[in-house]
Design a protein around this ligand. Structure first.
Ligand code: HEM
Length: 479
């Protein structure tokens, strides 16, 4: 194995990892400086080979994708939490392949990149604008994140179950959000990471190690089961049209069952895929948009450029921005790219495993070895992004004023496991954030600027902040 920091018994290097300073990747940078771009560290007794250079990642994860496509996760944890090898994110092999393909297809069929999903996200943008207008009148400090959360949660819930969180469903949303957040927090702790990754820990010990997620498990899966049950009651298998992901899945399951296949599409798998989409899609996205506003308030001169660009583009006629406007708003896109680069939402990428023995830069690695390609370190590599901790959207704008495509900007990862929600996430970032800038100016609250510090576990969290909002219905006032 490549060299790396000395592990301590049982825990390996976990405490160094969890003691890492913000932005959460400093320990990987330190190890990289000490041992080179490829090194080994231990989560518990398990070694993980870490790749930190873009060129190495390109040669492996991208060009030899199949070899790096498995996930390194504990079967015992999966059994305890998921009831077995179910879902997309934490499994490997044929079931992963089949269900990843199915989820990608459904995202397309249900409108990502098309007008159906766009109009659903625009509905959320409109609700946000309406809500913020009332707050602007009240002239009070305002926690923007609360409403961003509802918008992002509603889009996922629409996709999965066909309904958004309006006032009548708000209690449900608050509950789900709290459960998902607590789950992320618990599994991000050293014992959680250990239980989550280490193979061979007896199931009753795994259960003790993550006893904090017992309630989340029960309640979250209870919620998902109830939604699936409702869908089963209303679905008409004679029809072909699907309103949401669960309907599409149930129809596929029904077709398979007609051919005596009761395994590949089953209730446990459906519950777990819904869990993955909720868990993977909510925290990542809502925190990305939260960071975007935190940066905009911290850098008012940049916010001004976003406003000017929108005003010049729309002229006197303010209207909701739609996807076909996106490419014209170069500075906004550069600002969003820079947010994703520096927010670096996954301080440690998810561990993959080798599907075969392989030679990697002179090291012979056995099938099953854990490999982590550190996209967070690529995005803060000073040879690619000079002065990497400086927030500077212009690094994504070329000399002709066009958006620069930088392949090392990889917040959604690369290779066979690349985020399958990327298209949806990009639509939401644009339609929600650009429209809020379209209608409002965001200013510091009376207690000061939003913190740019990251509260990190599995996902980097923006520290909740208050801000003040000024309507831009009269653009000349805010100049
Ligand atoms: C800004 C928002 C998002 C970011 C930064 C993000 C980032 C990531 C990253 C880094 C991975 C790991 C890839 C790897 O293993 O190498 C991932 C996987 C995944 N993401 Fe996202 N994601 C976002 C939004 C979403 C959304 C909205 C959804 C749901 C539609 C989603 C669903 C998934 C799923 C299911 C996986 C697992 C894919 C697999 O293992 O095959 N993500 N995401």
């Amino acid at each position: 194995l490549p060299p790396g920091p000395t592990p301590i018994p049982v825990f390996g290097n976990l405490f160094q990892l969890s003691g890492s300073e913000a932005p959460g990747i400093s320990i990987f940078q330190k190890w990289k400086d000490q041992y080179g771009p490829i090194f080994t560290f231990y989560m518990g007794p398990v070694p993980f080979v870490v790749l930190t250079d873009y060129q190495d990642i390109k040669e492996t994860i991208i060009k030899d994708g199949e070899t790096y496509a498995d996930k390194y996760l504990s079967p015992e944890f999966n059994l305890y939490f998921r009831g077995g090898e179910y879902g997309i994110m934490d499994i490997s092999g044929d079931r992963w392949r089949e269900h990843r393909k199915f989820a990608v297809l459904q995202l397309r069929e249900l409108g990502v990149g098309k007008s159906q999903m766009e109009s659903k996200i625009l509905e959320e943008a409109e609700e946000l604008v309406k809500k913020l207008k009332t707050c602007e009148i009240l002239q009070e400090d305002f926690v923007l994140q609360t409403d961003l959360d509802v918008a992002v949660g509603s889009v996922i819930n629409q996709f999965l179950f066909g309904y958004r969180f309006d006032e009548s469903k708000m209690h449900e949303f608050v509950k789900i959000k709290t459960l998902v957040n607590n789950f992320m927090e618990e599994v991000g702790k050293p014992l959680g990471v250990l239980a989550f990754t280490c193979h061979g820990i007896p199931p009753f010990i795994v259960k003790q190690m993550v006893s904090g997620i017992e309630e989340q498990k029960r309640e979250l899966f209870g919620f998902l089961r109830a939604q699936i049950q409702d869908a089963k009651l209303r679905i008409n298998y004679e029809e072909e049209h699907n309103d949401d992901f669960v309907e599409a899945y149930l129809r596929k399951k029904y077709q398979r069952e007609q051919n005596n296949d009761f395994e590949s599409y089953c209730d446990s798998q459906l519950e777990n895929v819904c869990f993955d989409i909720w868990a993977a899609g909510f925290d990542t996205l809502t925190n990305t948009i939260g960071f975007l506003f935190a940066y905009a308030i911290n850098y008012p001169e940049m916010q001004k450029i976003i406003h000017q660009e929108i005003d010049e583009y729309l002229g006197h006629h303010r209207r909701l921005l739609i996807m076909s406007d996106k490419n014209s708003l170069v500075y906004f896109n550069a600002f969003a790219n820079e947010t994703q680069r520096l927010a670096n939402i996954l301080p440690m990428n998810l561990p993959h495993a080798l599907t075969r023995d392989v030679e990697l830069k002179g090291y012979y690695l056995k099938k099953g070895t854990g490999v982590i390609h550190q996209i967070a370190n690529v995005m803060t590599d000073e040879t690619i992004f000079p002065n990497p901790y400086r927030f500077d959207p212009t690094r994504f704008i070329d000399e002709n004023g066009k958006l620069r495509k930088v392949e090392e900007l990889c917040p959604f990862s690369m290779g066979k496991r690349q985020c399958l929600g990327e298209g949806l996430a990009r639509m939401e970032i644009f339609l929600l954030a650009a429209n809020l800038f379209n209608y409002f100016e965001f200013l510091p609250a009376s207690d000061g600027l939003p913190s740019l510090f990251k509260d990190f576990s599995l996902v980097s969290h923006v520290i909740p902040f208050k801000c003040r909002i000024r309507s831009r219905d009269h653009p000349e006032e805010s100049k």
